[in-house]
Design a protein around this ligand. Structure first.
Ligand code: ZN
Ligand code: ZN
Length: 255
């Protein structure tokens, strides 16, 4: 089978965008959001769930968890997102994925750096893989581009082909959470090339958008089953309950 990592190599040379990645206006410094779009982006901050970093209205006690994490211990060891998923962050994700704006990966990585854990010893960055047929059609994996940029900026190691996608899964967009989990359940496996390096490994799994967690959970399960010790998910945009509604209320002005 063709090695998916081979497709990534010609694309390591990333170019910074000179325009605001959201509205397209030329930015004075180049390579970042314009002031207007920046002000509209929502960067989740504390107080948040001690486990998954979902924002909480207030913190009642140290180590407090959100309802989701309290209901069932998650498979991941934390989620870190740059922004909440909304109109602006969605545009950025789409431009990176389909519009060939691969320089956006550097921008996203720059905003991810502040979420890196204090203990970076031995940390390895790895992306959620695309099935090779999708990789072939699109010619790059947007999450691997982000991973590569983050590695370049942080000095951490990046292994773009640590996980392999065993089968192509249909697009999950319109599916229920239960269906998503069933479909991606065992779609991923460790690339046997890394079986000697996975024992006790600490990993940052990169995804562009975090929606239901079905895909990333399946990846993390595969990594942990193979021996990984700790896996934290890093994404550009995360779907947060109520965020779009709140954003619409804010832009509509006071009632
Ligand atoms: Zn803008
Ligand atoms: Zn949580």
């Amino acid at each position: 089978m063709t090695n998916p990592a081979n497709f990534l190599r010609p694309l390591v040379d990333l170019v910074l965008p000179e325009r605001c990645p959201s509205c397209g206006v030329i930015t004075p410094m180049g390579g970042d959001f314009c002031a207007a779009c920046w002000a509209q982006l929502y960067f989740p901050t504390e107080p948040w769930c001690a486990t998954c970093a979902a924002p909480l209205p207030f913190l009642e006690a140290e180590g407090q968890q959100c309802l989701t994490c309290m209901a069932r211990a998650p498979v991941h060891d934390g989620i870190r997102t740059v922004t909440a998923y909304d109109n602006i962050s969605r545009q950025v994700a789409l431009k990176l994925k389909y519009g060939g704006k691969i320089g956006l990966a550097k921008l996203i990585a720059r905003h991810m750096i502040r979420h890196l854990p204090a203990n970076r010893k031995g940390l390895i960055i790895t992306p959620v893989p695309l099935h090779w047929t999708r990789l072939w059609a699109r010619s790059f994996n947007q999450s691997a581009l982000i991973g590569s940029a983050l590695a370049g900026q942080s000095g951490l190691r990046h292994i773009p082909d640590m996980l392999v996608r065993r089968r192509r899964t249909p697009l999950l967009k319109e599916m229920s959470a239960a269906n998503r989990r069933k479909i991606v359940g065992n779609a991923f496996a460790l690339n046997p090339r890394y079986s000697s390096q996975i024992k006790g490994a600490r990993l940052l799994l990169i995804d562009d958008v975090y929606t239901s967690g079905a895909t990333s959970d399946a990846c993390i399960r595969a990594l942990k089953k193979a021996g990984a010790d700790w896996v934290q998910l890093f994404c550009w945009a995360r779907v947060l309950p109520n965020h779009e509604r709140d954003a619409a209320q804010i832009s509509a002005g006071p009632a």
